[in-house]
Design a protein around this ligand. Structure first.
Ligand SMILES: NC(=O)c1ccc[n+]([C@@H]2O[C@H](COP(=O)([O-])OP(=O)(O)OC[C@H]3O[C@@H](n4cnc5c(N)ncnc54)[C@H](O)[C@@H]3O)[C@@H](O)[C@H]2O)c1
Ligand SMILES: [Zn+2]
Length: 259
């Protein structure tokens, strides 16, 4: 058995042995759906734009028009994207009863489109807009329609406050109720699977170590190395779509055999 096959077998066995699995997903989960991540060499968004000028709450308020152009381009790409093999495999694992929930840093809604359940969106969603003054939530189309009509300052119908996508920008705090849902998931899991995250953004960067300190095992699929690799039971540096279906196939085979 070669090294990769052995890792795939080991990954599947960890899933079969666990009773409370949580999956943590990052932007690498959605690159195979055509949505660029931030940090992949050559294709990551941060090689094209400066994060200080875009996607920070300060830059959005001070230069709304420039940020809207960038967001519209990214948003339209997100809205047309479809779930990929990785998303579908997670939905399948959940149907087998092998997956408690998904903690995602993604704002693209692809886990929902793939019909997964119990999803915590740490960084909010690109599918909604929120009023910065009164917190009223709108479908994102409300904001897009205004921008498409040439409005440089999309505004709330109720109070005329500035609308922004309901995703967390740099410089904004994460919502406390979302953080406590994430904590509950991390505190109770016995296997934490990380798919497609550089694990550089907090609080996610902290979750594997926290889960580990509470006795959980860690398994990772990510093309690039991460700081957590050395703590994990198994690490596979390949594309999710190339290896995760093979892992789920082994799990499915074992489950069917035992039923
Ligand atoms: N799809 C989205 O919603 C989206 C897109 C871009 C950025 N973001 C935001 O980006 C922030 C960045 O943190 P992050 O850790 O999620 O992303 P990141 O860009 O820092 O890291 C992504 C990681 O995924 C790996 N990767 C890329 N494609 C992969 C594949 N097919 N299979 C396996 N691994 C793959 C890369 O090697 C990289 O290490 C998050 O806060 C998130 O909100 C989200
Ligand atoms: Zn308002």
């Amino acid at each position: 058995m070669n090294d990769l096959n052995a890792k795939i077998q080991k990954f599947a066995q960890l899933i079969l042995d666990a009773n409370n699995i949580v999956v943590l997903t990052g932007a690498g989960m959605s690159t195979e759906s055509g949505i660029a991540d931030f940090r992949s060499p050559g294709t990551g968004l941060w090689e094209k734009v400066n994060p200080d000028e875009f996607a920070s709450i300060h830059s959005y308020v001070s230069d709304t028009k420039k940020n809207l152009d960038f967001m519209l381009e990214m948003g339209l790409n997100i809205f047309k994207a479809r779930p990929n093999k990785g998303h579908k495999m997670l939905t399948k694992l959940q149907r087998f009863g092998k997956l408690k929930g998904i903690l995602t840093q993604n704002i693209d809604g692809l886990h929902q489109k793939s019909h997964s359940k119990n999803i915590v969106e740490l960084h909010g969603t690109a599918h909604e807009a929120i009023c910065m003054a009164c917190n009223q939530i709108y479908p994102i189309t409300t904001m897009i329609n205004q921008v498409m009509k040439g409005e440089n300052r999309p505004s709330c119908e109720a109070c005329n406050g500035l609308l922004k996508p309901n995703a967390i920008f740099f410089g904004e705090p994460l919502r406390s109720e979302i953080l406590s849902q994430a904590d509950d998931m991390i505190n109770s899991c016995d296997l934490l699977i990380v798919l497609g995250s550089s694990l550089l953004v907090y609080p996610v960067a902290f979750y594997p170590r926290k889960a580990l300190s509470l006795g959980a095992k860690i398994a990772i699929i990510n093309i690039q190395e991460t700081d957590v690799d050395s703590f994990a039971e198994v690490v596979i540096h390949e594309k999710i779509g190339d290896v995760f279906p093979l892992i789920v196939e082994i799990v499915e085979g074992e489950i069917n055999q035992n039923n």
